[in-house]
Design a protein around this ligand. Structure first.
Ligand code: PEP
Length: 263
């Protein structure tokens, strides 16, 4: 079943960027764009994922808008609660600081920080227990795609976490399909290829959970204003996780508008 009745999400992943002054300016510019031409909250959920030290200050900046723009953590500890875990931030402490959304399983964390299924299951479980909403990232490498394994890899990444998500908790998950070869490379999956993978993910979700047709599946990988409308037109693409283009307020706004207007 198509997911076209799902409210789209457009989330900006700032990764390890930018400096404080630029982050504040970016938010200010984005707020001005929204004030001149609002994007209806019911037409598109919006969010920014800043560096962890900036989460609460960016959240305060966004609070003066007359619509909600989520502040999203880029990561969460595999350890729950509080204790002697130097450098870690748990789901409970994120929640305590008012942060309710978190990215888990981004390919940069899987590859650079060696986060495997075992670690990701712990992170998912902790975030769900703290009643956070998770944007769970999946995606295949170029080698895996060329070897015809893309679908199997992506579906396995979803199956990896299924044992720690209860029937009701699926409503707190968003999936982001991000082919690794398209992240930060300027290469976007064609709308046909992206739609085909999203439809497979939808099929897979429908086999795992009764909520499968309600789960938003975002596309990520060099999304920009120039390709946002055709991606948004695909029935199973329910939004975008945007890296590079989210560091420019105008570009991010245009992507959000494309999804709000096309869906
Ligand atoms: C990302 O890192 O989630 C991403 C999609 O990056 P970019 O848009 O720069 O490819």
């Amino acid at each position: 079943m198509s997911g076209s009745t799902i409210t789209p999400w457009v989330i900006g992943n700032w990764k390890m960027n930018p400096v404080k002054a630029d982050a504040l300016q970016l938010v200010e510019n984005f707020k001005q764009l929204l004030q001149v031409q609002p994007i209806d909250e019911n037409k598109c959920y919006l969010g920014f994922a800043p560096i962890s030290i900036a989460l609460t200050s960016i959240q305060s900046e966004l609070a003066s808008l007359n619509r909600v723009v989520y502040t999203v953590a880029q990561d969460v500890s595999r350890v729950a609660g509080m204790g002697a875990y130097t450098g870690e931030v748990s789901a409970e402490l994120l929640k305590d600081h008012g942060i309710q959304y978190v990215l888990i399983g981004h390919s940069e964390r899987r590859e650079i920080f060696a986060e495997d299924a075992h670690i990701l299951k712990k992170k998912i479980s902790n975030a769900l227990n703290a009643e956070m909403t998770i944007i769970y990232c999946v995606g295949e490498s170029l080698e895996q795609r060329e070897a015809g394994q893309a679908e199997a890899v992506v579906l396995q990444q979803i199956c990896d976490i299924a044992s720690v998500v209860s029937a009701e908790q699926w409503q707190n998950l968003v999936i982001a399909y991000e082919p690794i070869w398209a992240i930060g490379t300027g290469k976007t999956a064609s709308p046909e290829d992206a739609q085909a993978m999203h439809a497979k993910i939808r099929e897979g979700l429908n086999q795992i959970t009764a909520l499968g047709s309600k789960i938003a599946i975002l596309y990520g990988g060099s999304v920009k204003p120039e390709n946002a409308v055709e991606l948004a037109a695909c029935p199973d693409i329910n939004g975008a996780l945007v890296g590079g283009a989210s560091l420019n307020a105008e570009s991010f706004y245009q992507i959000a508008q494309a999804f709000a207007n096309t869906k």
